[in-house]
Design a protein around this ligand. Structure first.
Ligand SMILES: NC(=O)c1ccc[n+]([C@@H]2O[C@H](COP(=O)([O-])OP(=O)(O)OC[C@H]3O[C@@H](n4cnc5c(N)ncnc54)[C@H](OP(=O)(O)O)[C@@H]3O)[C@@H](O)[C@H]2O)c1
Length: 311
């Protein structure tokens, strides 16, 4: 895999380190792919590709998917209290670490605070519950899942995240589904600038103003639903470009997103797709094709109104 494709030189906030994800020398497999890491504004590194596990059940199917992802070379799992599968993820992660002798620090685990747990004390309780479910001592990233309605409680939640970071319970802290107004409001009340904003971003939902605002503040965009939930894989423009590069439409969507410097979180429970999604970054789209994809759309959400934010 050519790491420069996922962290192209053309992107201003480029990386940094590309490490052989599986640390092959001690790996169980010789066919793992490498993943790039991106530096966050707090100095920590984040693997640019994660396995997303939204709607993955809290059982064997998810354990198998997480194991397949780690075997393939993913080093980042994106879960949430709301997904109700932290236990299955944790079982797979702990078993895999033990089996491969990989140190905990080599993988990156994210979870999220659900709306009903906003508030200072409630946030701590929710974080402790998530840690217990994963069976881990710390998370690499903990996000406020959505801004919810109550501004005061949201600020309290953020203060709790800042404290949890100081205590070492989470390495990095961030937000999700925050629009421009939420980001600006938080920055006026926060001590720590969020490391990431996890929002829906793909060629049909580009959210340029929000991305620009986040870039200005050093807040990394984590692109959720980067495959547009599978709903745009037959789009004729994407299909034609996929044919031109002899790639799948999913690989074109992921490559476009990562080349913008975004973290991408493709979800799949299918081992072959988990692998092919990771193999999306060893080529570079020509500028004229990027231009065509950029013209596809800007605000076509696939995830429904709950996660829309005004930006
Ligand atoms: N913070 C938030 O509010 C939020 C909201 C939404 C998502 N997220 C995060 O982002 C992750 C990804 O988003 P998402 O789950 O909404 O959607 P997505 O990753 O855009 O799409 C997932 C869908 O695409 C299918 N798929 C995956 N790889 C494929 C491939 N190579 N070819 C064809 N189909 C493929 C999957 O099916 P199979 O599983 O059957 O392969 C699944 O139906 C989530 O899992 C979650 O971690 C966060």
């Amino acid at each position: 895999m050519a790491p420069s494709a996922i962290t192209p030189e053309t992107s201003p906030e480029r990386q940094i380190s590309v490490k052989k994800a599986a640390v092959q020398s001690r790996s169980h497999s010789s066919s793992v792919s490498s993943v790039a890491s991106i530096k966050l504004n707090d100095g920590n590194s984040i693997p640019q590709v994660a396995l997303g596990v939204y709607k993955a059940p809290n059982g064997q199917e998810t354990e198998d998917a997480v194991t397949a992802a780690l075997d393939a070379g993913y080093r980042h799992i994106d879960s949430a209290a709301r997904y109700a599968n932290e236990e299955a993820c944790g079982r797979a992660i702990r078993r895999w670490l033990e089996k491969t002798g990989t140190p905990r620090e080599d993988i990156f685990i994210c979870s999220k605070l659900w709306d009903s747990d906003h508030g200072y004390e409630a946030t701590f309780n929710a974080l402790c519950t998530s840690l217990d479910k994963f069976g881990l001592d710390y998370l690499d990233l903990y996000l406020i899942h959505s801004p919810a309605e109550d501004e005061k409680k949201r600020h309290e939640s953020w203060r709790a995240l800042e404290t949890a970071q100081k205590l070492g319970k989470v390495k990095s802290i961030g937000v999700s589904n925050f629009g421009a107004a939420h980001i600006e409001n938080l920055l006026n009340n926060a001590t720590v600038v969020p490391a990431v904003n996890q929002v829906e971003v793909h060629p049909f939902c580009q959210r340029e103003a929000l991305v620009e605002l986040c870039n200005k503040h050093g807040i990394k965009i984590e692109a959720y639903s980067p495959l547009a939930r599978g709903n745009k894989l037959e789009d004729p423009t994407i299909a034609a470009i996929a044919k031109k590069y002899n790639r799948t439409p999913a690989q074109i969507l992921l490559n476009w997103n990562a080349a913008r410097g975004n973290v991408v979180l493709p979800k799949s429970l299918t081992a072959s797709r988990i692998q092919s999604n990771l193999d999306s970054f060893d080529f570079q789209l020509l500028p004229e094709d990027v231009e065509i994809i950029n013209g596809l759309g800007s605000e076509n959400y696939v995830t429904g109104s709950m996660h829309k934010s005004k930006d």
